[in-house]
Design a protein around this ligand. Structure first.
Ligand SMILES: *Cc1c(COP(=O)(O)O)cnc(C)c1O
Length: 406
């Protein structure tokens, strides 16, 4: 099935990718989601919206981001060539701004005054606060009290950008409680507010909308790679948390003879609670308003998850990923904390690019694969830059002396 036919066919009108996805909502939220879906389907396909988003991407975000050939790293690993799609050079340092600018523009076109979200590590909060500042929208970000203490630089960024950061002090005071608080706000205020989800997760239409705002990444990368090499890559890969940078990067290659691999965080190891590799070790279930693959406790509730990369520690994954594995189009592999840290230092030292710890998982897998393949090419989506991770990495691994040898 070609790419544009695929996009039209999935999701179905009720938000399904095969049996995954859908919208499992409290009745009060049904009209709000219906309003967003209708607005999205009409507004976002108007030439006015499309042209405005194009202008924003070019002038504000700095798109297209380049594709870069890692000649040094490739040479160290053998004859397979590694390339990066440089989403770390997207304004504000990661791919997340791609969907936040889309969601912000939709809010503006719908006449909403306010955008809200929850954030864990603060990356989504910063991207959304950036969009709010650009569009002149009010912005409220819910964040657990514990996360606020851990993520001081991101909290400062959100505040400087003009967002109202609300500290949530219920329960464990982390992401789950922040989600609940944001939903409460949304239930009360949806007439003037849009809830902006930070990945291809949640109820329909979010997995579709966020995907549609992200596939610019894969479209650019495919053209750029072809122009550079005259060919398509043999393998493409990206890290998978909720799944937004990966889905946007993968889909434009869906009809090509290209192997596609998502990389999940294996953290400290395979025991439940030590990783966040939902596709690799999870099972089917419903959570946060959608049906997908998730990591569950014996009682069926979402399990605790862990990864060195806080952007990847989510106990489920976007429904389209579950579907793409089921139809056999995308494979899912893992990389551990230590493999990600190794890739973090090697890309920094041998290419002059400090990657986000999330993106380092995909680089780690690409390095392993390149060694094994010994020829051909691997294109990696470098979802973000690593400035945010420096303090943590230095504290635990120093300046990487132990990681310099191949
Ligand atoms: C948030 C984040 C991710 C994970 O989110 P996805 O929705 O899986 O893409 C990956 N990389 C970076 C740099 C992030 O900030």
């Amino acid at each position: 099935m070609d790419y544009s036919t695929y996009l039209k066919k999935y999701p179905t009108e009720d938000g399904r990718f095969g049996r995954f996805g859908g919208a499992y909502l409290p009745p009060q939220l049904v009209p709000a989601m219906e309003e967003i879906t209708q607005a999205y389907l009409t507004i976002c396909h108007s030439s006015q919206f499309i042209n405005e988003l194009r202008r924003i991407r070019r002038e504000f975000q700095g798109r297209p981001t380049p594709v870069y050939h890692c000649e040094n790293l490739s040479r160290k690993l053998g004859n397979c060539q590694i390339y990066l799609k440089r989403e770390d050079l997207n304004h504000s340092g990661a791919h997340k701004l791609n969907h936040c600018m889309g969601e912000g523009l939709l809010a503006k076109f719908m006449g909403k005054k306010r955008i809200i979200a929850e954030t864990g590590a603060g990356q989504h909060g910063v991207a959304l606060a950036t969009a709010a500042a650009f569009f002149g929208l009010e912005c409220t970000i819910y964040m657990g009290e514990v996360d606020i203490k851990k993520q001081a630089p991101n909290v400062a960024r959100m505040k400087i950008l003009g967002a109202n950061v609300v500290s949530v002090d219920k329960g464990a005071k982390t992401l789950k409680e922040a989600v609940d608080a944001a939903f409460e706000d949304y239930l009360e205020n949806y007439k003037e507010t849009i809830y902006c989800i930070g990945s291809v997760v949640g109820p329909h239409p979010f997995p579709m909308m966020v995907r549609d705002f992200q596939y610019v990444v894969g479209e650019e990368a495919r053209e750029q790679f072809k122009e550079m090499t005259g060919l398509l890559p043999d393998v493409i890969t990206a890290c998978v948390g909720g799944g937004s940078n990966s889905i946007g990067f993968f889909l434009p290659f869906i009809n090509d003879p290209v192997e596609i691999v998502g990389v999940e965080p294996l953290g400290r190891g395979k025991s439940l609670g030590d990783h966040a590799a939902s596709m690799s070790y999870g099972s089917e279930g419903i959570m946060h308003g959608f049906n997908s693959i998730m990591l569950k406790n014996p009682d069926g509730e979402p399990a605790p998850v862990y990864s060195i990369a806080s952007g990847l520690d989510y106990p489920s994954v976007g429904p389209e990923h579950a579907f793409l594995r089921e139809i056999g189009r995308v494979k899912y592999e893992t990389a551990t904390d230590l493999e990600a840290v190794d890739a973090f230092f090697k890309l920094s030292r041998y290419e002059g690019i400090i990657p986000a710890l999330e993106s380092s998982h995909a680089v780690a897998y690409a390095m392993k694969l390149a060694k094994k393949m010994g020829k051909g090419s691997v294109l990696v989506n470098l979802s973000g830059r690593g400035d945010k991770d420096l303090d943590y990495v230095i504290e635990h691994y120093g300046y990487g002396e132990k990681f310099k040898d191949f």
